[in-house]
Design a protein around this ligand. Structure first.
Ligand code: PLP
Length: 395
């Protein structure tokens, strides 16, 4: 099997498992307990926070451990917008890009539905990028928060985050970025990026599912979403996932293969697919993209059928469809980039972790050629009907 779905999730790295193991077994204390077992857990948690802060270029007190990327996004979008409006009722708008993950998009829609906020959606260009002009056009005196992802989970397009954050800051508006896909591949220094909040998720990086963190700049007020014993400085109650925090910190700080090696392999794979599959379209930005993502549309097929055919040949990847169970609707991300719905439905995403090899990608490119060819010929034989099962892309 060739696993090319690392944007969905990655296996836990051995070093990560070894680092977290003691806190699942012998050192199992509750960090709030005032005995030696509790204190050992508190020390481990503090160490994980310091290491995470170092990786993010921030202070330990600016790190809130969460259950993953979705929770971090919810806390940033709802928590900052609600706190700002509580301080000034005129701040009743949030601005998000048109290509956000549902964790951001649905948080903004919740603010609209339940709390009466207005949501301003910032359009993207055909490569999926937000321009400074597009952001400037939506900023208003009532904007409480801007949230624009660092890198897109479906097409891999990287946003000019430092420039966009600087623009928001010049208007006095806090800036959140969902860096779930960017972490491990792109610079994560929150100071250099100039962001006020940034979300990461452990399971995209070799830590377990259910670990993650939100960076929130010290001066930014945050309304908590989970109430209880006041953990995480009152920003996120609940007994901390000590092993998960240790795992996340370890995954963030482990040495990684240079991103340049994977970028070069990605470019070779993109070239081989475009040369081998007539009519294949690369989606996303041609150069400003994650080293780890190659995404295509194969007009005349359905992405789901290509996926199924590829799996038969031992290649695991993902369709570009919406991140919702059982959905084969065309991806809103691709539609926002101006891709026609029929073409968007033929999307397939290949995403690599840092251990990917040239041989794997050569084999995968050959499999793509065969798979698309056979789906197209089946489609012609059956009068163009769509085949395949309906399975959702995990993003
Ligand atoms: N944001 C992006 C860009 C993602 O790709 C994902 C992953 O699905 C998430 C947020 C959600 O992260 P998690 O799976 O940790 O909840």
């Amino acid at each position: 099997m060739i696993f090319l779905d690392a944007a969905a999730t990655t296996p836990v790295r051995r070093e990560v498992l070894e680092a977290m193991w003691p806190y699942l077994t012998g050192e199992f204390g509750n960090p709030s307990s005032h005995h030696s077992l509790g204190e050992a857990a508190a020390t481990a948690l503090a160490g994980a926070r310091t290491a995470t802060a170092k990786a993010l270029g921030c202070r330990p007190g600016e790190v809130v451990f969460t259950s993953g990327g979705t929770e971090a996004d919810n806390l940033a979008v709802k928590g900052i917008a609600l706190a700002r409006r509580a301080a000034d009722p005129r701040l009743d708008r949030v601005a998000i890009s048109a290509v956000e993950h549902p964790a951001v998009e649905e948080s903004a829609r919740y603010l609209e539905r339940v709390h009466g906020f207005a949501v301003d959606v910032i359009p993207v260009d055909r490569f999926g990028q937000v321009t400074e002009e597009a952001l400037a056009a939506v900023l208003q005196p009532g904007t409480a928060l801007v949230s624009i992802m660092y890198a897109n989970n479906e097409v891999g397009t990287v946003q000019p985050i430092a420039r966009l954050a600087a623009l928001a800051r010049a208007h006095g508006v806090p800036f959140h970025t969902d860096a779930v896909q960017a972490a491990g591949w792109l610079p994560m220094d929150t100071g250099a990026l100039g962001v006020d909040a940034l979300s990461i998720s452990g399971h995209k990086l070799g830590a377990p599912k259910g670990s993650g963190a939100l960076f929130v700049r010290g001066r930014v007020r945050l309304e908590p979403l989970v109430h209880g014993g006041g953990h995480e400085r009152g920003r996120r109650s609940g007994t901390e996932n000590v092993a998960g925090a240790v795992a996340l910190a370890t995954a963030l700080t482990l040495p990684r293969e240079p991103a340049g090696r994977v970028s070069a392999l990605r470019d070779g794979f993109i070239g081989a697919v475009l040369a081998g599959v007539p009519g294949a379209l690369l989606t996303g930005h041609p150069t400003e993209r994650l080293p780890s993502v190659a995404s295509f549309c194969f007009p005349g097929t359905s992405g789901e059928s290509v996926l199924l055919e590829l799996e038969r040949q031992g290649v695991i990847c993902s369709s570009g469809s919406a991140c919702a169970a059982g959905s084969d609707a065309p991806s809103p991300v691709l539609l926002a980039m101006g891709i026609e719905p029929e073409v968007a439905q033929s999307a397939v995403r290949f995403s690599f972790d840092s251990t990917v090899t040239a041989v794997q990608l050569q084999e995968a490119a050959a499999a793509v050629r065969t798979a698309v060819g056979s789906v197209r010929s089946l489609g012609e034989a059956s009068g163009g009907g769509r085949g395949g099962r309906s399975s959702a892309a995990a993003s």
